[in-house]
Design a protein around this ligand. Structure first.
Ligand code: KG4
Ligand code: ZN
Length: 347
């Protein structure tokens, strides 16, 4: 039997809707990005994000149905992100999903945004090539348990152990800035624009990653992370250069910063994977689009490292529909008084 679920995601600055079949086949995946709206501010402006979601949500959902060549009657349920995320942004998606649930008589399935980032790995994708895109021999294209997932995004840096569907153990997380947040803040310091991750990655290609020895927070005995030290050190170093900053300097700083962040992420993930005896490592979230990170992971982690095509690394609704399918099959339903949980945790 085919099970088609509409996913809705508005936790940050992407208005997204998607239809996924049987938790794995993407029938449509529509993302309206607000990047241009927030670029002048160097980060997401929450109130503007919420207003832009209000404008975009209805056409985005309509497009998701159209592109899937489906009508409302073809859907089994609507899955929506209830948290974590920006309150005003979450409210738009959740309320729209409630309207759909009530108006079209579809069950409402609540999904944690982080669970979405994990379940992006259960979606079938075109074969992708490049560093860190291995599959696990003998398992087809389904990630085998137990697995370790690194979620690295603008809001999160979390190592999660998953022994089976829906069961998560927190292995480590950031004590301060998320990895993507550090990329965004350092990009702003270096005048590289927003979003910072791709801008730093691009600038770093022209730079020397050994030019500056930025600090690595190893936090021994834990699998936690900290990125505020490296960020402060970039600022301090930058302060030593008055006057015009040559492109070479900016490129060297970007490359050295990226190397510091990537090394800590890869070394600690590899160590955790070894100690926990997992069968594979999943990379999720916007920062997992970073090529240096994928390459470092593949060279340090001894089990297969699975990464995603770019559209499934960053925020999207196909991942919410995928996670929602597993929740729906497990009998999870939300009532119409479901509230947002901006600080929701996975574990
Ligand atoms: O997953 P995502 O779209 O949104 C959140 O849930 O936060 O991740 C966005 C984050 C931003 O901080 C962005 O700078 C970062 O992912 N990012 C990257 C790259 N592409 C996006 N960071 C490093 N390298 C990249 N290529
Ligand atoms: Zn995200």
């Amino acid at each position: 039997m085919t099970l088609r679920i509409l996913g809705i995601e508005t936790s940050c600055d992407e208005t997204a809707a998607a239809v996924v079949e049987d938790g794995r086949i993407i029938l449509s995946n529509v993302v309206a990005s607000q990047i241009e709206l927030h670029a002048p501010y160097g980060g997401v402006f929450p109130e503007m994000a919420a207003r832009a979601h209000i404008e975009a949500i209805s056409p985005v959902v309509e497009s998701a149905l159209q592109q899937a060549h489906l009508g409302w009657q073809d859907l089994e349920a609507v899955a929506v992100t209830y948290g974590p995320g920006l309150p005003g942004s979450l409210l738009v998606g959740l309320n729209f999903a409630k309207g759909v649930s009530l108006g079209r008589n579809l069950p409402l399935v609540p999904v944690n945004h982080l669970e979405g980032h994990l379940y992006a790995h259960w979606l079938k994708t075109e074969a992708v090539s490049g560093p860190g895109t291995a599959s696990v021999p003998g398992t087809g294209d389904i990630p085998p348990f137990p697995l370790l997932a690194l979620i690295v995004s603008g809001g999160h840096t979390e190592l999660i152990l998953m022994r089976e569907h829906g069961r998560y153990e927190l292995v480590g997380s950031t004590l301060d800035d998320a990895a993507g947040e550090a990329f965004d803040k350092v990009a702003r310091m270096l005048d590289l624009g927003y979003p910072g991750g791709p801008a730093i990655e691009k600038a770093a290609q022209q730079g020397n990653s050994r030019a500056f020895d930025f600090p690595r927070a190893w936090l021994p005995g834990t699998f936690d992370f900290s990125f505020s030290g490296v960020k402060t050190e970039v600022l301090r170093t930058l302060g030593r250069y008055n006057g015009p900053r040559p492109l070479r300097l900016i490129a060297d700083m970007a490359a050295s910063f990226q190397a510091a962040v990537v090394e800590v992420l890869a070394v600690k993930t590899a160590q955790a994977a070894r100690e926990l005896g997992v069968t594979c490592v999943l990379l999720s979230g916007g920062v997992s689009a970073n090529t240096a990170l994928r390459t470092a992971m593949r060279s340090r982690v001894t089990v297969p490292v699975l990464s995603l095509p770019l559209v499934l690394c960053t925020d999207n609704a196909a991942m919410i529909a995928a996670a929602g399918t597993y929740r729906y099959q497990a009998g999870v339903r939300a009532a119409l008084d479901l509230d947002i949980t901006p600080g929701a945790r996975l574990v």
